[in-house]
Design a protein around this ligand. Structure first.
Ligand code: UDX
Length: 431
């Protein structure tokens, strides 16, 4: 059992704290928000993440997990300190390191001797060194240990990672950090700090590029009379390609891909490398949002009416199994529809849990009834892949819609069944 402090209780910090306690360590999580800490100490989560609340409650009761206000309070007696802080994008595309810098300045003098500071936040190359300089203590080691968990499957991903990456100049320190994960059987990749930092950006940028590529092939399918489900099936069996991240959709989003692709482009620019391929992947993604907007408007009788077209949307979060609206493709598409004069009515299964958010467009009408919003709408657009949508009553939807048309931007529903009951159905890259 090791004594661990986690600084920051967002998706990454909270999941890391919970699963490290679950692995048997003594974990204290610190956050600047007293309100959040009060909630967490009652076993309540400020976010929706499947399975996380159960582990937090269990580990609170074993007393292996605790929550305190403030970074300095969390690090008392800790041998390992995980930094799980936000690294947002600045106006110019570069990474805002101010949260990490402020915390390191604060905790530096108070760290236990021989402690190891482990950075999990996604940071520019060279940040491990920068953190060392801020802490400025010869007895303290700093390592990079990037996080690869996905929202919606954070606990599973953390307990079953494809690899653990530890970037350290000192092999002994790397092995001390590796010992925290000894009950997880997976590949251990020990690298320099700079390589570890780049592995995180390269992985996210590669996955984002993969999706942009498959979205392009899906668009090509529509003109070529091919079917993307068949094409990706044939591609995915090639083990060099694989089936993962080959699902076409409305474009990628979320708190990581948009931010990390922009950051890597900016990092490359600063290193005098023009990362043309990644710039195109981002541009392709922006065009994918527009492509979906066009599909929706083409089916909304926009030109034949004096009043604005009413469009029903199912799905607001950036993907299923999360309540996260950050950089949601759905919200990007809705904003574009509204700017083109549409009246958008929306529903999301998480809607009653999504706090009043500044991310929701002001003129967006939000309802907790998936059917009501379809009344007199000229088209229903599915923008998030919530599995439960498949089980909704589509005869009722058909009867409510002004014209029975569905744009399924996630290829979630069965076109054969829907067409049989009278829908005009359009997916992405489908026949
Ligand atoms: C991602 C990385 O997967 C994870 O390793 C990293 O730690 C954080 O960023 P996350 O943002 O939680 O995780 O979501 P992810 O499941 O990767 O999806 C990202 C975006 O790609 C979503 O908008 C999703 O809908 C889209 N996507 C994903 C596709 O359009 N098609 C796919 O096949 C897969």
């Amino acid at each position: 059992m090791k004594k661990i402090a986690i600084i920051g209780t967002g998706y990454v910090g909270l999941t890391t704290g919970a699963y490290l306690a679950h692995l048997g360590h003594q974990v204290c999580c610190g956050d600047i928000s007293a309100e959040k800490i009060q909630l967490l100490n009652q076993g309540k989560l400020p976010i929706f993440e499947p399975g996380l609340e159960k582990i937090v409650k269990e580990e609170l009761s074993t007393k292996r997990l605790s929550f305190v206000v403030g970074a300095t309070n969390a690090i008392k007696e800790a041998e390992f300190i995980f930094l799980c802080l936000p690294t947002p994008t600045k106006e110019d595309g570069s990474v805002d390191m101010s949260f990490i810098e402020a915390v390191c300045k604060e905790i530096g003098p108070a760290l236990e001797s021989e402690a190891v500071v482990i950075n999990k936040s996604t940071v520019p190359i060279g940040s491990t060194k920068k953190i060392e300089e801020i802490i400025n203590r010869s007895d303290i080691s700093v390592v990079s240990n990037p996080e690869f968990l996905r929202e919606g499957s954070a606990i599973y991903d953390s307990l079953n990672p494809d690899r653990i990456v530890i970037g350290s100049q000192d092999p002994e320190v790397a092995m001390r950090v590796a010992s925290l994960y000894k009950s997880i059987h997976t590949a251990l990749v020990i690298t320099s700090p700079a390589s570890a930092e780049l592995i995180k950006y390269a992985s996210n940028a590669f996955l984002a590029t993969k999706i942009s590529f498959v979205n392009s092939i899906a668009n090509l399918c529509e003109s070529a009379g091919a079917d993307i489900k068949e094409v990706t099936l044939g591609m995915g069996y090639d083990r060099r390609i694989g089936f993962e991240f080959l699902k076409p959709g409305p474009g990628w989003g979320g708190s990581c891909f948009p931010k990390d692709t922009k950051a890597l482009i900016s990092i490359a620019d600063k290193l005098d490398y023009d990362f043309e391929l990644l710039k195109q992947a981002v541009k392709t993604n922006d065009l994918q949002y527009e492509k979906i907007v066009q599909k929706i408007l083409n089916n909304s009788n926009v030109s034949t009416k004096d009043s604005p077209p009413k469009i029903a949307v199912w799905g607001l979060t950036f993907k299923a199994q999360t309540d996260d609206l950050r950089d949601s493709p759905s919200l990007n598409i809705i904003n574009m529809l509204i700017s083109k004069g549409a009246e958008v009515h929306s529903f999301d299964p998480q809607i009653s849990f999504i706090p009043a958010s500044h991310l929701l467009p002001v003129s967006l009408i939000v309802s907790d009834d998936p059917y009501e919003i379809c009344k007199e709408a000229s088209v229903l657009a599915i923008l998030t892949e919530w599995d439960e949508f498949r089980r909704y009553d589509f005869e009722k939807v058909r009867d409510f819609l002004e014209s029975p048309q569905i744009i399924d931007a996630r290829n979630l529903l069965d076109p054969i069944v829907l067409r049989k009951i009278g829908f005009k159905y359009e997916g992405v890259g489908l026949l």
